[in-house]
Design a protein around this ligand. Structure first.
Ligand SMILES: [Zn+2]
Ligand SMILES: [Zn+2]
Length: 141
């Protein structure tokens, strides 16, 4: 008789403990979800970073800037679809609006400054390779 009573007591005690634990865990989950959704709302989804490779047209100084480090006023004057243009960070030059984004040539494996006046296919200004043609030739195999 005593054993049965003990068992029943144990069981109910465990049940209450489970309830408390479950309630606590649930509260933690709900709070965590709430906090996460608030952070998400405030910060928004973080897009992958893009690194731009710049070259100053005046002194030929090359440097890299991650898109999130490009100042907001630069983005404000950059039209959609256009690449940002920066001031030269070279202390010996500091030319305003002289640094343009370069592009990677897979043929000669160098950064090159695309000829913006040129129409038609994009051509590497360093080795003369037609980028689109090079990609088709070398990656389609
Ligand atoms: Zn410069
Ligand atoms: Zn090239």
């Amino acid at each position: 008789m005593l054993q049965r009573g003990m068992k029943r007591l144990d069981f109910s005690g465990q049940g209450r403990m489970k309830e408390i634990l479950l309630g606590g865990a649930l509260a933690v989950v709900v709070i965590a979800a709430l906090v996460l959704s608030i952070i998400h709302m405030v910060k928004g989804p973080t897009p992958p970073k893009v690194t731009y490779h710049f070259q100053c047209l005046k002194c030929s100084h090359e440097f890299e800037v991650v898109d999130t480090d490009v100042p907001q006023d630069v983005w404000d004057r950059t039209r959609p679809g256009e690449r940002p243009i920066l001031d030269c960070p070279n202390p010996d030059c500091e030319e305003k609006l002289s640094a343009k984004t370069m592009e990677w040539c897979p043929a000669c494996e160098q950064w090159y400054l695309p000829d913006e006046e040129a129409t038609g296919p994009r051509v590497c200004t360093k080795c003369g390779a037609d980028i689109a043609q090079w990609v088709v030739k070398n990656l389609k195999r």
